[in-house]
Ligand binder design. Structure first.
Ligand SMILES: CC(C)(COP(=O)(O)OP(=O)(O)OC[C@H]1O[C@@H](n2cnc3c(N)ncnc32)[C@H](O)[C@@H]1OP(=O)(O)O)[C@@H](O)C(=O)NCCC(=O)NCCS
Length: 153
């Protein structure tokens, strides 16, 4: 299949959130239950956000968070199942890495369960020694505590 007409877009204002949600349901097991309002918050607070388009159809998505110089993270990389194996996923990640918010950053992180080989081809290396995770339930508790304290002041 010819992919020359496929477009990679940084413009957040163009994002069709219904289609992005559908793409997550279809192709991103960790994000299949996400509400549109929450996806909007993630997009608002990420830069760059890349959507991949076949005419007016969203067929890919990826986003990064970055401090611009030391550390960045790449999240929610997905290509529609019908479009995989054509080089678009690789190009999607390269597009995120080429963005000015990411291209000077010393170290780019990502987490992946079963796509290690895909990322190794792009240049990522496995690193089991540095990753720790704080699950969100504790943060929600801290946030509501802070909210209560703010109301008492
Ligand atoms: C991972 C994903 C984005 C790859 O997209 P894609 O368009 O199929 O990737 P590409 O065609 O650009 O593949 C690039 C290279 O990686 C290889 N590759 C892609 N997926 C792979 C996989 N699951 N395992 C091993 N190699 C893989 C390809 O063979 C290709 O190698 P080549 O350059 O030697 O031909 C896509 O499979 C996807 O959306 N998966 C579901 C969501 C997901 O798991 N995302 C990653 C979460 S961290």
């Amino acid at each position: 299949m010819d992919s020359s007409h496929i477009q990679f877009c940084f413009d957040k204002s163009r994002i069709d959130f219904n289609q992005v949600q559908e793409l997550f349901v279809l192709g991103a097991f960790w994000a299949k239950d996400r509400a549109i309002e929450d996806i909007k918050i993630a997009v608002e607070n990420s830069d760059p956000v890349v959507t991949v388009w076949d005419c007016d159809r969203v067929i890919g998505f990826a986003r990064a968070t970055s401090d611009g110089i030391y550390r960045a993270g790449i999240w929610d990389v997905v290509i529609h199942p019908d479009y995989r194996g054509r080089g678009l996923g690789g190009k999607l990640v390269e597009t995120v890495l080429a963005h000015p918010k990411v291209n000077r950053v010393e170290r780019v992180y990502l987490t992946t369960t079963n796509q290690k080989h895909f990322y190794e081809k792009i240049g990522f290396k496995q690193n089991s020694s540095t990753t720790m995770i704080l699950e969100n339930s504790r943060l929600v508790g801290v946030a509501s505590l802070l909210e209560q304290q703010a109301q008492q002041i």
